[in-house]
Design a protein around this ligand. Sequence first.
Ligand SMILES: *Cc1c(COP(=O)(O)O)cnc(C)c1O
Length: 398
Amino acid sequence: MIKLSGRLSGLEESVTLAITAKARALKAEGKDIIGFGAGEPDFDTPENIKEAAIKAIRGGHTKYTPVGGINELKDAIIGKFERDNRLRYSREEVIVSCGGKHSIFNLFQAILDPGDEVIIPAPYWVSYPVMVMLGGGTPKVVHTRESEGFRMTPEAFEAHITRNTRAVVINSPSNPTGAAYTAGELEKLAEVALRHKLLIISDEIYEKLTYDGFLSSSIASVSDEVKKNTVVLNGVSKTYSMTGWRIGYAAGPKEIVKAMTNIQSQSTSNPASISQWAAVEAISGPQGTIEAMKVEFEKRRNAMVDGLNAIPGVSAIRPQGAFYVFANISKSLGKRVGEKTLKGSVDIANYLLDSAGIAVVPGEPFGDDSFVRLSYAISMKNIVDGVRRINEAIGRLK
Ligand SMILES: *Cc1c(COP(=O)(O)O)cnc(C)c1O
């Protein structure tokens, strides 16, 4: 008998991956599949960044580095926080990890004890609750409404705080909804967090991908007091199309950053040296490619939102950021395909894949079973064709 750790009891097989695997298998059989599942930009990493990596290899930057990142990269990150967020950090308040996900994982390992609760607004990024559980804590989900733009109100936030609450996760712009908080809304949430002495965990990985002129702000910029109680998470994956390079970072109180660095020193050690040098160029080199990517994403977002809203029984709000649309499919629930009744978002996703060759991600693992997530990190042609096929498939439901 093989025994696994009890900590893994909350860790289920990812439904998202199951559908992705099925879509891939169908594609391999030669089926015409349009995949709306992409969780990464479909643009190539900019040339100047690739060149910096090649230069790092040739220059011999191929050995262990300090665990929390090279000073050149920490300084580039410090410069970015000053430039973009008017936040001042020292090197001891910054850690570079193997992707933003790794920074968040380290953070939960560093701050949680059994019984500690972490408030997570839903719909949430699938990994937050699992990472809280792996850190020994308990996720406390706060459901938000589509009619409120999927934004947690200060009242709902406060109503979920108990004496065991330790932290709150704010992800703006959000994966999977694309919702983003205004500076004023962040100020109100920060006020509640401070009053209850909670740590604010602010995942700002989609900071640069905002539309219609919306400017993303960091909750840590609200005041010095808020900054002292916030860990900001960010990375190069989404902003610079660098998902494969695995560089993310966190900035916050030095005691926490030190603990995260210790955890990292006993697990992964430093992030790849070559990727770190590429990230220096990404963060401090020319920033023009971000704007070009944004312009393209904004067009695709509009096409997708307009297309989905033209489908009878489907609706989607226009998100301020990221590259996802969270589409409301609740009107299709309870409808039938042959003998089978579509009961939730997983059934809808399977139906769209089987009957129309469309891969979407069910909302259930993101905490809302009445929605599916569609990524617009795919070509305009696929968006247009895909939305048409969804329309036809939904129209066939009885
Ligand atoms: C993609 C993503 C991350 C981090 O990705 P990395 O590639 O690990 O840097 C973090 N948070 C959210 C919400 C994401 O979607």
